[in-house]
Design a protein around this ligand. Structure first.
Ligand code: TPP
Ligand code: MG
Length: 320
């Protein structure tokens, strides 16, 4: 294995579409961003010989949707006080966050080649003092949600429309600090706060059920005063619709349970607890890249087929 080098940086800076782009175009843009982020992140982890690829891959569709089409943020003005805030509470998936920030213009793509190297800004956990676009230093689980509640309360006191989003792991919710913060969020009626749970049902070495069961998570969140919604966390359309529509209930913070698979969509990683902290070897890297290419080809074929059935022709859709 060679070290991570500039030739391993294949991501293009994709940027955002116009906010007036159609929903279909936004979804296609998010899908392409998520694909490229996965390709790049695989190389980051393989060549750095470290990272959390399983948790990265369960979260990338949420990250691509937020940065690609939902958050009111601008890489040219990253400190705008009125920007939306996003906090990655599951800070171990820093590689996925850095790659996403690079895709959307917050970080030069070339900087990704420094991932986890000595003196790099791109450490194993994100640091807001080093990386533009990172809102909070996270890594110790259970800190991001309380920080997000502080941001949302501050926005409310400012009578501001800015929104705060936080992504937590599901195992992470076993930390009691989250539930204290959720009580405060509902006490202060922070309806511009959205908690997204990456509900992959796995934590570091086992399932959440075996470790400290969270179910019924929807009822627990509702009992803590949240409006609860469940989505397929790999479906860009569902994510876009829900995350851009919050708050879903005036006066209540929102709790989005995003059902995901750790390692999605790579066959040998998906839903396999071993891939929390495992690094793909040369052959596994090759297979994962191939699988992502194959999925893209399948998706393209499906889009063409759908477009054909959706477009009426002058002879009523019948073949001449
Ligand atoms: C307070 C704390 N305890 C332990 C760890 C070590 N650790 C890092 S990731 C992880 C598992 C997290 O599981 P989950 O929140 O479900 O994340 P995901 O499945 O999305 O990777 C653990 C125990 C940590 N970072 N912080
Ligand atoms: Mg988990």
């Amino acid at each position: 294995m060679t070290a991570l080098a500039p030739e391993h940086i294949t991501l293009s800076a994709l940027g955002r579409l116009s906010p007036h782009a159609s929903r279909a175009d936004q979804i296609a843009h998010i899908a392409e961003a998520a694909r490229q982020i996965r390709l790049q992140d695989l190389k980051l982890v393989h060549y750095a010989n470290a990272g959390h690829i399983g948790g990265d891959f369960s979260a990338i569709d949420v990250l691509a949707t937020l940065y690609g089409a939902v958050l009111n943020i601008d890489p040219d003005n990253p400190d705008d006080p009125e920007r939306d805030r996003f906090i990655l509470s599951k800070g171990h998936v820093a590689g996925a966050l850095y790659t996403t920030l690079a895709a959307f213009g917050f970080l030069p793509v070339e900087d990704l080649a420094t991932f986890l190297k000595p003196l790099s800004k791109l450490n194993g956990h994100p640091n807001r003092n080093y990386v533009r676009g990172v809102e909070a230093n996270t890594g110790p689980l259970g800190h991001g949600l309380p920080i997000a509640v502080g941001h949302a309360l501050s926005a409310k006191l400012d009578v501001s429309q800015r929104r705060t989003y936080v992504l937590t792991g599901d195992g992470e919710l076993q930390e009691g600090s989250n539930w204290e913060a959720m009580m405060a969020a509902s006490q202060y009626e922070l309806d511009r706060l959205t908690v997204i749970v990456d509900r992959n049902r796995l934590q570091q070495g086992a399932t959440t059920r075996e470790t400290n069961d969270l179910d019924p998570l929807d009822k627990k969140a509702a009992a803590f005063g949240f409006a609860v919604v469940e989505v397929n966390g790999h479906d860009h359309g569902e994510l876009l619709d829900v995350l851009s529509a919050v708050p879903i209930r005036p006066g209540k913070p929102t709790f989005v349970i995003a059902h995901t698979h750790k390692g999605h969509p790579i066959s040998y990683m998906s839903n396999n607890v071993a891939w929390h902290h495992k690094v793909p070897n040369e052959a596994q890297l090759g297979q994962a890249l191939e699988e992502l290419d194959r999925l893209q080809a399948q998706q393209k074929q499906q889009e063409v087929a759908e477009a054909r059935t959706a477009t009426p022709t002058s002879n009523g859709g019948q073949q001449a």
